[in-house]
Design a protein around this ligand. Sequence first.
Ligand code: KG4
Ligand code: ZN
Length: 323
Amino acid sequence: MYTLGIETSCDETSSAIIRNRKVYSCIVSSSLSLHKKFGGIVPEIASRAQLELIYPVTWKALKEAGITLKEVKLLAVTSSPGLVGSLLVGLAFSQSLAYFKNLPLLEINHLHSHLFAPFLNRSLPGFPFLGLVVSGGHTELYSVRDFDNTQLIGKTRDDACGEALDKVGRFYGLGYPAGPEIDRIFNLDLVDSTLFNIKDKEGFDFSFSGIKTRAIYLSLDLKKKKKLTRFDRIKILSSFQFGIVNYLIKKLTKALNHFKIKKVVCGGGVSANSFLRRRLKELEKKGIKVYLPEKRYCADNAASVAGLGEYIYKKKKKSELRK
Ligand code: KG4
Ligand code: ZN
């Protein structure tokens, strides 16, 4: 049974074909280049691009998977959270397909789909696990009893961690999105761990606006004394990324101990970060099982949406059969 996934929650237009979690195709077309000069995503531009892209991207996904629409038995689409205009494009497109082809359609939560990404092309985890979603719009911690039974235990009270990286990086001249660029220039040898040491005050909630402001004032203060060099930038941004990753690991460790859970799943754009991945993998030395997506499935993509849709659909079918 092939599942077609559709994802249009932000700047990406993505369609994917999967079967039994195996990815047969996953096409992602981003309108990022159109937004760069504005320093962030412009919702109107994103949804206009998606309107044009959704059909060719879906057609390409079918072609690359070597199947026709007739062989698709299930549709799954991101329904929230995301940019309203963008979500609407994916929803309207998949609802029309579902209607005309008489196919079941599942609406999928964008953040939960990030937590499914590590299980594409791989076997499923046991439950429960702690799910950490780190992206440009969200930083959320879940206790997951099943993929359709999640409890939110912590979220950011201000900026998301990806948003903090993007805003600070942009301020230091790295352009948008700055997260991947900070990852690229990160140098552990230059880190000053005292610069961005976030106090852990908010229970399981997160807060990044304090160190974001600190990073900005640090640059303004330095600029009063001298011209900021490339070395200064790398040192400050490496320390900034170090501070964010340390804080995420601290919160996660606190939650693992509190809930007595021994498994972690991390997903979302920032889960592509090399230093975060390394620090998460280090938890395995303490007996914690860590699941991370392949790098190509960290950011928004339709394969994760299709995967979660297929999982939920099969689970429902099984429970109906038992009745
Ligand atoms: O999940 P995602 O693709 O979109 C949202 O749902 O927001 O995440 C995008 C975020 C951006 O903030 C981007 O800077 C960040 O993921 N990101 C990274 C890396 N790759 C993407 N942050 C740090 N290191 C990376 N390698
Ligand atoms: Zn996302």
